[in-house]
Design a protein. Structure first.
Length: 345
């Protein structure tokens, strides 16, 4: 690896990380001279990828896939067992201090490191001094306003803030040093709907610096679709695919991609079965009833053929609440690629 420091913000080559199961029980068994079973959990199994400068890069996968372990290695919290990782050309193990000077991190456990009996402003001011931020008070004001934490909350003790406010404060902490690379691990957790919508725009704008790289680990597929330039799919510690969101969605079979949804009111729902029985001869290739919705696919995804179904529904006297093409979510694509997943990670 190397030679790509100008083009890439993050370079990962053959990263491996494993943990031993058992924790306290394993250590206690060892003290007692008993075997506890040396089961090993492989969190990362030789992953390799690169993130371009100025890119919003999504890192996606089911729980237990290795996402958080990867973020912890890239932010110098964990040391890998094998492989290399560089951030802005600096090795995350040998040059960890140089890496830390240039990154901002919103960790999954975002409430760690805050003083519960310090105010929101005092908490950030502590970190501003720790980061040697020029004009620390002014910078604290800037980031608090940027993340939308109202001035009326600045003087509240941390323990009295809502979950959403605490998440905004953690985001503000990550932005304090004006980092070249920003790592966000489940950033929309606890955010209200209004701010979550605004947050998408903030990510697209790289929080005011278009040259900033954003590494986004999330389950929020709406956020991924709205913001990411490329995504990597990880499962069981291995990279399954690195691609654009549009390319990822194109992997979905036509049956799912060309689907339409016709949704009716509650009173009409009991007659959807009757409508479904009349679909033969209308170009419908498949259909299913989901509560108040009829989901169906037509030959070639034809809108004209789909409109025939709509006319049939109206002709039966059904009250249609919604009709349109069904947008495929990235989450569905991942499920199709991986065939499911589970666990913690």
């Amino acid at each position: 690896m190397g030679g790509g420091a100008m083009e890439y913000s993050i370079e990962v080559e053959g990263l491996r990380k494993a943990y031993r199961k058992g924790g306290i029980r394993r250590r206690l068994a060892s003290l007692l001279g008993r075997r506890s079973g040396d089961d090993v959990v492989v969190a990362l199994d030789g992953i390799t990828f690169r993130v371009r400068r100025g890119e919003v890069f999504g890192f996606l996968g089911p729980n237990g896939a290795g996402k958080t372990t990867t973020v912890k290695i890239l932010t110098t919290v964990l040391v890998p067992d094998e492989g290399e990782a560089r951030v802005l050309g600096y090795d995350v193990v040998r040059e960890s201090l140089e890496v830390r000077k240039r990154i901002g991190v919103l960790p999954e456990d975002s409430q760690r490191g805050f003083g519960w009996r310090l105010t929101a402003f005092e908490n950030l001011l502590f970190y501003a001094y720790a980061y040697l931020v020029p004009d620390p008070r002014e910078r604290v004001r800037e980031v608090l306003e940027l993340v939308g934490l109202g001035r009326e909350h600045w003087d509240k003790w941390y323990q009295r803030l809502s979950q959403g406010m605490k998440q905004k404060l953690a985001l503000a902490r990550a932005l304090l040093p004006d980092p070249e690379v920003l790592f966000l691990d489940e950033p929309t957790k606890g955010l209200d709907v209004v701010f979550a919508a605004r947050f998408k725009e903030m990510v697209r704008e790289r929080f005011g610096d278009r040259s900033r790289t954003v590494f986004l680990s999330t389950h929020d597929m709406g956020l991924v679709e709205a913001t990411c330039d490329r995504v990597a799919i990880v499962d069981k510690g291995r990279i399954v695919a690195v691609t654009t969101v549009e390319e990822l969605k194109s992997l979905v079979p036509g049956e799912a991609r060309d689907a339409y949804v016709l949704e009716v009111d509650q009173a009409s729902a009991r007659r959807l079965g009757e409508l479904a029985s009349k679909l033969d001869g209308l170009g419908v290739e498949w259909h299913r009833v989901e509560g108040r919705r009829l989901v169906f696919g037509v030959e070639g995804g034809s809108l004209e053929a789909a409109n025939e179904i709509l006319r049939a529904a109206v002709g039966m006297g059904l009250l249609v609440r919604h009709f349109g093409r069904r947008e495929v979510s990235v989450e569905e694509v991942i499920v199709r690629l991986l065939g499911g997943g589970g666990g913690e990670g």
